[in-house]
Design a protein around this ligand. Sequence first.
Ligand code: ATP
Ligand code: MG
Length: 243
Amino acid sequence: MITIRGLYKSFDGQPVLKGIDLDIRDNETIVILGPSGQGKTVFIKALVRLLEPDAGTIEYDGVNVVGLTKKAFRDVQKDIAFVFQNSALFDFLTVNDNLSLFLQMHEKITPAEIAEKVSQALAFVGMDNSVLDKFPEELSGGMKKRVAIARAMIKRPKYMFYDEPTTGLDRGSAEKVSELIRMLRGEIAVTSIIVTHDIKLMQDVSDRVALLKDGRIVFVGGKDEISAEMLEFLYETGENNGL
Ligand SMILES: Nc1ncnc2c1ncn2[C@@H]1O[C@H](COP(=O)(O)OP(=O)(O)OP(=O)(O)O)[C@@H](O)[C@H]1O
Ligand SMILES: [Mg+2]
């Protein structure tokens, strides 16, 4: 469980997060929905400590990670995987190396076991070993995203964070990503935290939804509780409304 209280962050005197309170429950898929420029990426980066908030606490199972040393954070970090908006695969590594890097670094397992885990992860995302020797630039956007999800799940994280997992993908690829997010919840009981402006993604995958507007969470609840009026209110200032 992740408990967020009073999270503030500003840049050059401009507040972006203005006191965010949110509870993320184990094994749920929570979507934080908001238009462009509302601080979604800043928020999710603060949760995984890619940036430090100005104030507030972020507790993973009761351990506040704000201000923790890198070394002390490692214990929590091993449970966390992050799927970046741009997939963030290593361009100079093959798919095989992108997928096996974490296992080579962190686990004492044989090359045969690594190959087996890599194959399984690829199969999970609907790909096969024929892509192992390809470089990311040889893959479509949708395939890159699937490799990024495979790479994230290979460490069997407790928490998976996604920043705009469907942005830039065609409908078919976006639906495949939605399906994977749903499968991960069932198969490895992962807790998924997704920030997006994609209303369809929210409808397809979320157990609960938090609406982010002007640096604050203005609503938390089930997707069925979200009315057209609420979405209109949410997106009224956004230039990229996704509707
Ligand atoms: N490192 C930074 N330095 C200064 N300003 C920043 C920095 N990171 C983000 N911001 C500002 O914070 C605000 C929120 O940015 P953020 O990227 O979190 O928005 P977002 O909701 O993720 O938008 P999008 O949907 O377009 O990805 C923007 O005004 C942005 O310019
Ligand atoms: Mg963003």
